[in-house]
Design a protein around this ligand. Structure first.
Ligand SMILES: Nc1ncnc2c1ncn2[C@@H]1O[C@H](COP(=O)(O)OP(=O)(O)OP(=O)(O)O)[C@@H](O)[C@H]1O
Length: 315
């Protein structure tokens, strides 16, 4: 795929005071955020938080109750060649099963004035070239997912929105999509990716937009998101666990022992634990900062939201 030629046009996704009601249910509730180009933004939130609805509103597939969504300052409906501006994967079941993967893409290209050579390019890019002449109904879930991604990339778009792209992908596919997202962002594109896989999201996202019950819960860098919610800890391994536990306890640290034999010391600083162990002659095999995970931070933030959803469903 070539570089983005309109980088100066700054095709961001802009969501402003966006609200969508289905009957009495507010799927999206006064949402405002911007997804800028040049980075991968992870789109997170519990089931039913409004992620898919937001993406559908950005793509003009549904009308907002109030507020607006725009791409590079323009609503989707006003784009002259929409697939050249934004490519999206929403529903991997969207392709007709009786068509071949290649025909699905060729028809899409023909109806959107996209040069036919793009079909071969995206088939190659998504690893589908060997299966291009097979009917879509013979595809595995992962292959359908790749076809949906191929369709999203067909118009060489400046904005790429993918809903759960890792769904059904095998480990090789997961590594591939990680590299693809990184490259799209490095090329200056705007990349918004929803996922329920926290380790996965942490491996590709620079920035996060988190929803809960249709509202914005966080719009921050991945690092800040974790650091603000997960307290620092120190990871230690020793050949003398009794001595370690004893020394830490005497200095007011509640160390936690893990099944594989390492310890974590919550709310502790690396230097303090290192000096302490050294001064007291405790032999250390490992001493490291225990990084907080996105999963820890996410669960901390969304605990209240998830609880609400569970209760209201039971009621
Ligand atoms: N067409 C529709 N008609 C009625 N309600 C809808 C419709 N589409 C979505 N909803 C409701 O809006 C809310 C948000 O749904 P949405 O699919 O946007 O959430 P999500 O964050 O994408 O969830 P998930 O992680 O489960 O995919 C849900 O309560 C859902 O039931």
């Amino acid at each position: 795929m070539g570089p983005v030629h309109h980088a100066d046009a700054m095709t961001s996704i802009d969501v402003r005071d966006l609200t969508k009601e289905y009957g009495t249910r507010r799927a999206v509730d006064d949402l405002t955020f911007t997804v800028p180009p040049g980075r991968v933004t992870g789109f997170l939130g519990p089931n039913g938080a409004g992620k898919s609805t937001t993406m559908r509103l950005v793509l003009g597939l549904d009308h907002p109750t109030s507020g607006a969504a725009a791409l590079g300052g323009r609503p989707y409906a006003s784009l002259r060649e929409p697939l050249r501006t934004v490519g999206a994967l929403l529903d991997p079941g969207a392709a007709l099963g009786s068509r071949t993967g290649r025909d699905h893409l060729r028809i899409l290209a023909a109806t959107h004035r996209i040069p036919d050579r793009r079909v071969a390019e995206v088939l190659e890019e998504t690893g589908l070239a060997p299966a291009a002449r097979r009917r879509v109904r013979t595809y595995s879930l992962g292959m359908r997912q790749r076809l949906g991604i191929a369709a999203a990339l067909l118009g060489d778009p400046e904005v790429v929105m993918l809903d759960e792209p890792s769904n059904g992908l095998d480990p090789e596919g997961i590594v591939w999509i990680r590299g693809l997202l990184r490259r799209l962002a490095d090329e200056g594109r705007t990349v918004l990716v929803s996922s329920h896989l926290m380790n996965e999201t942490a491996s590709f996202a620079d920035h996060l937009v988190v929803l809960g019950r249709g509202r914005l819960l966080a719009d921050t860098s991945l690092r800040e998101f974790i650091d603000a919610r997960v307290r620092p800890a120190v990871r230690v391994r020793t050949s003398d666990p009794d001595a370690l536990e004893n020394v830490l306890a005497r200095h007011g640290h509640q160390a936690v022992r893990h099944p594989d034999g390492h310890w974590t010391v919550p709310d502790a600083r690396l230097d303090d634990i290192g000096r302490l162990a050294s001064a007291e002659g405790v032999p250390l095999l490992e001493l490291a900062a225990a990084e907080g995970t996105l999963e820890q931070a996410y669960l901390d933030l969304t605990a209240a939201e998830t609880e609400f959803v569970t209760q209201s469903q039971e009621a």
